[in-house]
Design a protein around this ligand. Structure first.
Ligand SMILES: Cc1cn([C@H]2C[C@H](O)[C@@H](COP(=O)(O)OP(=O)(O)O[C@H]3O[C@@H](C)C(=O)[C@@H](O)[C@H]3O)O2)c(=O)[nH]c1=O
Length: 189
């Protein structure tokens, strides 16, 4: 697998090696050993899968400590734009985001460390998204940020009228530059 380190520290795009032949294709969608060598020592404990129609935007979500989650995202069917926003206090890229197209065709994955808000929007007729998390679901610690926050300034690629949100996501707060969402390791030293 090939890894691309993005401009946000710790946020990594992964391109698995795909083996194609007359039967179809094969690839290792996850190898703990290779992941540890090339990306992170993260130990995942929960796998999630969701299916969504065109225009569905899930996000921006995160769980606060002590239930923060690192995530490894991939798309099994369809195409999404996946977005991760750096919420680590004192990070040089605090409030910045990276957007990556993940699809059935490109089979790219994105690794999002703890301390980020995450969301995705479906660009195809439907999409099945699968992701590993390194901490269990903790609804009491789950929080969100508004998808169209002016400061975050995320280009979701689709016209506003096509975007479908859950009731919960319609009511997320805006990003607050002065809020400490995640204490960074650096600030503790
Ligand atoms: C996230 C989650 C939800 N659920 C349940 C709660 C609820 O009844 C139903 C749907 O939950 P939500 O509306 O929160 O699902 P969704 O909007 O898809 O939430 C997900 O969005 C993406 C962007 C993420 O990054 C995830 O971490 C998660 O926050 O599933 C679980 O049982 N376990 C879980 O881990």
């Amino acid at each position: 697998m090939e890894v691309e380190y993005t401009e946000i520290e710790g946020l990594v795009i992964i391109r698995p090696e795909i083996y194609r032949d007359e039967r179809g294709y094969f690839f290792e969608s996850f190898s703990q050993r290779e992941f540890e060598e090339k990306v992170s020592k993260t130990q995942f404990v929960q796998d999630n899968e969701s299916r969504s129609s065109y225009g569905v935007l899930r996000g921006l979500h995160f769980q606060k400590n002590p239930f923060a989650q690192a995530k490894l995202i991939r798309v099994i069917s369809g195409k999404v734009l996946d977005v991760a926003v750096d919420l680590r206090h004192n990070s040089p890229t605090f409030g910045k985001h990276v957007s990556v197209e993940l699809s059935e065709e490109n089979k790219q994955q994105v690794f999002i460390p703890r301390g980020f808000a995450h969301g995705f929007i479906v660009l195809s007729d439907h999409a099945v998204c699968q992701y590993k998390c390194d901490n269990y679901y903790a609804p009491d610690y789950a929080e969100g940020l508004m998808w169209d926050d002016k400061q975050l300034n995320i280009n979701w690629l689709l016209p506003d009228e096509d975007i479908i949100l859950s009731e919960k996501d319609k009511n997320n707060p805006n990003f607050d530059l002065n809020s400490v969402y995640f204490e960074s390791k650096k600030s503790k030293n």
